[in-house]
Ligand binder design. Structure first.
Ligand code: TMP
Length: 213
């Protein structure tokens, strides 16, 4: 059995990533491909503990570099305990956020610099990168409205930031995609869920076919 593929979904708040991750896993299952849905920050017991610790404090509590080190520690756990063993076993892994979130939020949003994030990432992951990254892109006001509409959803620290910060994030993801078009693709996520699922499923079919050649 060949190695599984690693696909990450990225984007700003309210882009519908978690829904699309579920749809993707179902789509792959219909093709007889076993896929695991996971998320960052989190995805295994230790990483979820770190997530709770990180999010237990208000925005601005952590020094930005400390914040990145917490995220990278969680990522190392996630990779070694969940992602790499699954890929080795031939299972595809679909992650709701991964390193491009750190590059966008902390690297560009908090101003630490993408190069610094990439250097730290290299320490924990070597030359391992996702096979494919889909950025779910939508206007900031649409995403924030969707977040607010989610009844009872507690706001994460970055959801409380002003619109200007979210605009910076949106541009950050688009810039990262433009810099690495071979790995990162932008999906229009402003439409209804089904219209977003369709192009993602079509892209998966291409990936499945390319693996069969
Ligand atoms: P979520 O809402 O997608 O679960 O993400 C929780 C928050 O974590 C969200 O505001 C984005 C943020 N985040 C970072 O700031 N850096 C990262 O590296 C990751 C993975 C998430």
């Amino acid at each position: 059995m060949g190695r599984g593929r690693f696909i990450t979904l990225e984007g700003g708040e309210g882009a519908g990533k978690s829904t699309q991750v579920r749809c993707l896993v179902e789509h792959l299952a219909q093709h007889g491909i076993k896929a695991l849905a996971t998320r960052e920050v989190g995805g295994c017991a230790g990483a979820e503990d770190i997530r709770r610790l990180w999010l237990s404090q208000h925005e601005g509590f952590w020094d930005p570099l400390t914040e990145v080190l917490l995220i990278m520690a969680a990522r190392r756990e996630h990779l070694t305990k969940t992602v790499w063993p699954a890929l080795e076993a031939g299972v595809w892994v679909i992650s709701d956020r991964f390193v491009d979130s750190t590059r966008a939020y902390q690297g560009i949003g908090l101003g630490l610099g993408v190069e610094r994030i990439d250097a730290l990432y290299h320490q924990i992951a070597g030359d391992f990168w996702p096979d494919l990254t889909l950025v779910l892109d939508l206007p900031v006001d649409v995403g924030l409205q969707r977040m607010k509409a989610r009844s009872g959803a507690a706001q994460d620290r970055y959801e409380q930031q002003d619109t200007a910060f979210h605009d910076v994030l949106r541009q950050a993801f688009l810039t990262l995609a433009a810099q690495e078009p071979q790995r990162i693709e932008v999906i229009n996520a402003a439409e209804a869920q089904a219209s977003v699922t369709h192009p993602i499923a079509a892209r998966m079919d291409q990936l499945i076919e390319s693996g069969m050649k």
